[in-house]
Structure formats: structure tokens, C-alpha cells
Design a protein around this ligand. Structure first.
Ligand code: IVH
Length: 666
């Protein structure tokens, strides 16, 4: 087989496996075999760039990024649906339709998926564009991000699809993935997503498709549009679209009567709890496209469809007390302790009160009967107080505490922030323990201990900061409960191994506010060593790409603290990696020293991130916008017209990928 045929065969095979896995949920090969085939294809494509294809399954990994989203006008406006919570209004809708059509009709019932809507344009069986709803008239072009969603076909199956059509659906983050993501964010003390809908739309608007790819979004489709469609029935069209490779929900039903509709609602109101994705109602549509046309639209929504929304489940219960929790960064979170109550299938005992403003807004008093709701949110929230049921003996008003519940230090609230913090970083137990727990996590130092052990070591006075971990000795541990020779020795090995963990992860492990994994990597590659980072000024820090004022200030503040400097010095003394490894530095040069280079457009040989890294690795500076200081623009395809114009005006030299790579090879 020739190379081209080989590439094509691999592409087809991988697309088939993608389809089996993501659409049919019945994989026929192991993940490992899949990855191996993918690697094989990647290697072939890299070696034979003349056979590149933007629709190849390798392009789903999302290695290139388009900085700003372009706005696209929708061919058919993306309207919303009329909403109702009442079965009476469903009856009105049905009878209105009956009167208006004056002929037999069918109603299609579907689930209303609670994600973010998307419009996909296909031309000759290829995905050409994916656009968000936006304001209904125009939306953001998020094609690069949508291409990373494995269940979205880049190339259609079969050959009976129209040459041009649009399909709409919902992008969703499955519950399991949502839970995983929030858990990860909790560990990093990043703000949690309130519900899968916010998580899905936030993810879709990410600038970096590689992040989107890592989040495992899914997409369900429910609306086919175009001048020429296979059938007159909406239902029939969706069944056909399924054969083209789209994930069309198989819970769609035709209803012959109002009773059928009510049965469907009742069934799914209960059964939806077992679905892998969030739903918030059902949608009813007149099936025939001809009849839909006759019924037409109001200014905002179609007359041929209506959405019935499920009632968010709500319960009334008593507010017993409010407690305040202190996290690793000192942020204080108020939590309502409730009389246990059954809500949406689980017993609710606690609800987050978020911050002082929310407490004030609710005018909460101890002993109040409060309304607790669990809508799309997973953490139940208090939505109101049953004022009428308050007795003469009104309980004490709930106010935010003034000092730390753990160490007594007065709290402060930074200007413009909703949260209160305990400033006693070095003496407040949950902050100390939290920092140690963060330091030992897998993604940082990967030291084999959990929160309970951290607690024990702290309580025994053996470990008061992360450096103390390296002073532990086996006899110390054996004096504690639950420790035996073997587990003690394991910890020693794990500590020893952590001394080989690369510098960027040591930096991440310190838990400097706003220095997450990505920022730690950037800082490591810009400064090469802890020493240089320690000495960096606010100005030098903000010059680094993607390091803003907020992060820079946090780093400067961290190293301004004597205690932190001592801690870092001790870690160095114990043998932790405090510089970027030699091998990494060996690939560096000064070839681009003093040059400021702007990257624009999309590339075929390397990803944008790779070019960025190359510029930095060879001493150049990658900057975001063209100015008088720009030396070169590294231009790929589709460079923005504004940038082109500016470059011409300023006389900045434009180079392509090959010219750039030649500069490095010289
Ligand atoms: S049909 C013109 N069907 O609900 C009507 N929409 O308020 C086009 N949605 O923006 C929409 N599930 O994001 C339709 N089965 C379904 C749906 C659905 C969820 C969303 C969609 C739309 C909103 C309407």
C-alpha cells in the first residue's frame, strides 16, 4: 500500500473507532490499541505533510489555537423556545396548534438538554463551521474547539446527506466529567463551576483547544435545517441524521395525544436522574416541516414548539447553625447546617452560603425555616426564608465572623472581592495543613501520604511546614499510631524520590497564590531557577507572556516574606530541584535574543504553543500584539487582516513557518 492509501486507511479506521466509542458507546478495540494507531497516523502525517488534512482524526487533539473568536452571522437566527412549567399551558399549546392547522398532526417529544447550544455547518459532508448561539443573530466561531469533541463527526458517514445543511444541538459536559473537573478545581482552590451548563459554555470559550480536548465534552443533536432535507418529518430527518454519524438521542418519541405527552413528561421527570447529562425539561415540536412553516414564528420563538421545564426540587427545613471553614489560602467559607431533609433523592444537611453578601441578602436568622433548592446546581442552595413561619422568638441574626474560627486572627476582605481571608498564613492550622496537602499531591511532589497522615504529623508537632517533611526519620514515625516499619520506610523512599521532581512542579507545590500548574511552567521556563525567580521584580515578571499584574504581585509578595525564603532555602538544602534541568537548557540558544516576535494565524508544521516555546527557548520574546517594537511576525494561514494592515504600516517583517525554522537551523 502507498503512503497516501495507508494514511487514508488509518484515518477511516480511527474515525470508525471514534464513532463506535463516542456515539455508539460500544468500542471494539482497547484504548491502548487506539492510541497506538493514532500515534502511527501522527507519525505518517508528520513525515508526509503533503497529505495533511484538517479533517484527519489527529486534528481532534486540538493543538492549534485561534486567539480571538470571530463572529459569524447565523444563516437562520437561533431563536429560543417559549417556556412553561404548567401542564395547562401544554394543553393550550396543543389546542392552539389543532385550531391553527385544522388537520391531523403529530407532536414529537424530546428531552431539553441543559448545556450550551451550537450550530454546525456541513458542506459536502465535512464540518466547516461551528458557531455558538451568541445573541441569536450572530455567534462566536468556535470551530477549533468543537473539533476536539469526539462525538462530533468531522466527516459524515454514508452518502445520502444534503450538500449543504445546518444541524443544531447542545454541547454538554457529562455529570461524571463535571464532578472530576470540580474535584480538580477544588484541589487547586480554583472557583468551582456551579453546574455542568456553566462548565460546558466556559470550556467552549477557552482560547486553547488543548484544554477543551482534555475536558471531554459531548454533543447531542436535535434540529436539522437546510433548503433541501431528506424528509418532511422532523423526527424522520433526525433518524436519518443518526446514520450520518450524529449523536441523536434515542429517547425522542412521537406522541399521538395529549395523554401521551403527559406520560412522557411524568416518565422523564423521574427517569432523567439516571441520565449521564443534565436535562431541565422536555421540548414538544410539531413534526411536519410543512406544518411548522404554516405555524411560523413570533418575534422570539417558533409557534410550532414549546418547552416544558421541570420544577427544581425544593424543600423547607430549619437552619440550625452556620459554621465557617478555612481553606489552604485562608479563604473563609460560610456553611449552613440544616435539619436533614430529603431533596431530589439525597439527604441534605448542609448548604453553601458563599459569602457575607449572600448571608446579608437573605437576612438569615438562626432557627429560620429556609427554602433549599437543588436545580442544575449540585451543591444545594438556600433560596429564601419562610418569613411567615418565624415565631415571636426570632433567633439571632446570622452575621459573618470577624476573626478566624481556627486561630482567632482578625479576618480581612480585600477590596473588590467577595471573600474574607485569615491573614495568619504561617500560624493558622488549616492553612498549614492545606499547604502540606497541596505540596504532596501527585501533580506536585507526588509524596505518598494523605490528609489523615498530614493531620497526624502536624498534631504530633513533627511537621509544621513542607520542609519539615524532609527531616522526618523512621523512629519519629514509629512512635505514632498506625505506623509500622514498612509504611515508614515507604514514606522515606517516596520523600527521596520527590527530590527528582522537576523544578516546575516544586514551584507549583509551594502553593503560591495564583501559581497553578500552567503558570508554574511558564515561570520556570522564563526564569530557569528559583534564585532568579526570587530576585525578579514586578516589572520583569509582568514581561513574561501570560503573567499579569495579579500573579506577578503574588510572586513578589511570596518572596518578600522572610519565612518563605527560609523555607525555600531549606528545600534547596534537602536536595529538591531548584533549577530547570540541563537537558532542557541544552536545547536553548541566543539566536533570537533581543527579538520581539508576534505569532499570528494557524500553522501546519508545529502548533502555536510549540512556536511560542521555541521563541522563548532561543532567547526571543513572544508578544501578543504588533507594535513599533515588533521585529517579526511569524505568520501562518488566515492571519487577521487588522494585524496585516498594522504590520504593513509599521514595516514589520512577516515570515512564514519555514523561514522561521531556518532562522533557528542556521
Ligand atoms: S429546539 C427554534 N430541542 O433550549 C427552536 N432546543 O430555549 C430550536 N435545547 O437554545 C431549539 N434541548 O439550546 C431544541 N431538544 C431540544 C433542546 C433544545 C435543549 C435548548 C437549546 C435552545 C434552548 C431553547
Amino acid at each position: 500500500m502507498g503512503v497516501e492509501a495507508n494514511i487514508k486507511a488509518l484515518r477511516d479506521e480511527l474515525e470508525q473507532h471514534n464513532y463506535n466509542y463516542y456515539v455508539l458507546s460500544t468500542p471494539t478495540i482497547s484504548d491502548r490499541e487506539f492510541d497506538e494507531k493514532m500515534k502511527e497516523l501522527q507519525a505518517l502525517e508528520e513525515a508526509n505533510p503533503e497529505f495533511a488534512d484538517p479533517h484527519s482524526p489527529t486534528q481532534r487533539v486540538g493543538s492549534d489555537l485561534s486567539k480571538e473568536f470571530e463572529q459569524v452571522v447565523h444563516q437562520y437566527p437561533m431563536l429560543s423556545l417559549g417556556n412553561t412549567y404548567s401542564e395547562d399551558e401544554i394543553r393550550d399549546f396543543y389546542e392552539r396548534t389543532e385550531r391553527a392547522l385544522n388537520e391531523p398532526f403529530e407532536i414529537v417529544a424530546e428531552l431539553k438538554y441543559d448545556g450550551t447550544s451550537i450550530s454546525l455547518i456541513y458542506e459536502n459532508g465535512r464540518l466547516v463551521r461551528a458557531v455558538t448561539r451568541g445573541d441569536g443573530t450572530r455567534g462566536d466561531d468556535v470551530t477549533a474547539n468543537v473539533k476536539t469533541i469526539r462525538s462530533v463527526p468531522l466527516k459524515l458517514r454514508g452518502d445520502n446527506y444534503p450538500a449543504n445543511f445546518e444541524i443544531r444541538g447542545e454541547i454538554l459536559l457529562p455529570w461524571a466529567e463535571f464532578d472530576r473537573l470540580n474535584k480538580e478545581r477544588e484541589e487547586q482552590e480554583e472557583p468551582l463551576f456551579a453546574n455542568p451548563r456553566n462548565a460546558a459554555s466556559g470550556t467552549l470559550k477557552q482560547q486553547n483547544p488543548a484544554i477543551v480536548a482534555s475536558r471531554k465534552l459531548d454533543a447531542y443533536f436535535y434540529y436539522l435545517l437546510g433548503e433541501v432535507l431528506p424528509a418532511d418529518g422532523h423526527y424522520e430527518n433526525l433518524q436519518i441524521a443518526r446514520t450520518w454519524g450524529f449523536k441523536i438521542p434515542d429517547v425522542i418519541r412521537k406522541c399521538g395525544s395529549l395523554q401521551d405527552i403527559f406520560d412522557y413528561i411524568a416518565y422523564w421527570d423521574a427517569e432523567r436522574k439516571n441520565l449521564p447529562v443534565a436535562t431541565d425539561g422536555i421540548v414538544l415540536k410539531v413534526n411536519s416541516l410543512r406544518q411548522q412553516k404554516n405555524l411560523g414564528f413570533t418575534a422570539k420563538s417558533p409557534r410550532w414548539a414549546i418547552a416544558y421545564k421541570f420544577q427544581a426540587e425544593r424543600a423547607v427545613t430549619r437552619l440550625n447553625s452556620v459554621s465557617f471553614q478555612v481553606g489552604r489560602t485562608g479563604a473563609v467559607t460560610p456553611v449552613a447546617n440544616l435539619e436533614p431533609v430529603l431533596l431530589a433523592g439525597t439527604t441534605v444537611k448542609r448548604a453553601s452560603l458563599h459569602n457575607a453578601d449572600i448571608i446579608e441578602g437573605l437576612d438569615l436568622h438562626l432557627g429560620d425555616n429556609v427554602y433549599v433548592e437543588k436545580g442544575g446546581e449540585i451543591i444545594p442552595k438556600i433560596v429564601g426564608v419562610d418569613i411567615d413561619s418565624r415565631s415571636m422568638l426570632l433567633g439571632a441574626k446570622v452575621t459573618f465572623i470577624k476573626s478566624c474560627p481556627e486561630c482567632g486572627t482578625p479576618l480581612y476582605r480585600p477590596e473588590g472581592e467577595a471573600a474574607h481571608y485569615c491573614p495568619n498564613e504561617s500560624g493558622c492550622p488549616p492553612q498549614i495543613k492545606g499547604r502540606i496537602e497541596h505540596f504532596v499531591t501527585r501533580r506536585a511532589m507526588n509524596i505518598n501520604i494523605g490528609p489523615e497522615t498530614v493531620e497526624d504529623l502536624f498534631n504530633a508537632g513533627l511537621v509544621k511546614n513542607v520542609a519539615d517533611l524532609y527531616t522526618l526519620e523512621i523512629p519519629d514515625l514509629l512512635r505514632l499510631e498506625r505506623w509500622a516499619e514498612k509504611s515508614a520506610r515507604n514514606l522515606m523512599t517516596s520523600l527521596e524520590e520527590s527530590k527528582q521532581v522537576p523544578f516546575e512542579r516544586v514551584l507549583f507545590g509551594l502553593g503560591i497564590r495564583y501559581v497553578g500548574e500552567t503558570v508554574a511552567k511558564r515561570l520556570a521556563s522564563a526564569f530557569h531557577s528559583m534564585k532568579q525567580l526570587e530576585e525578579a521584580s514586578l516589572e520583569t515578571l509582568t514581561e513574561v507572556d501570560e503573567i499579569g499584574e495579579r500573579i506577578a504581585r503574588s510572586v513578589v509578595d511570596y518572596f518578600a516574606d522572610e519565612e518563605n525564603r527560609t523555607l525555600v532555602a531549606r528545600l534547596e538544602e534537602y536536595g529538591l530541584q531548584m533549577t530547570v534541568a540541563e537537558e532542557v537548557l541544552a536545547n536553548r540558544s541566543d539566536k533570537l535574543k533581543g527579538l520581539s516576535i508576534v505569532i499570528s494565524g494557524t500553522f501546519t508544521l508545529h502548533s502555536r504553543d510549540e512556536y511560542k516555546a521555541m521563541i522563548e527557548q532561543h532567547g526571543g520574546k513572544n508578544s501578543g500584539s504588533v507594535s513599533g517594537k515588533t521585529d517579526y511576525i511569524l505568520a501562518g494561514e488566515n492571519m487577521g487582516p487588522a494585524k496585516l494592515e498594522k504590520a504593513a504600516k509599521l514595516g514589520v517583517k512577516i515570515i512564514n513557518e519555514n523561514e522561521f525554522l531556518n532562522m533557528l537551523a542556521e
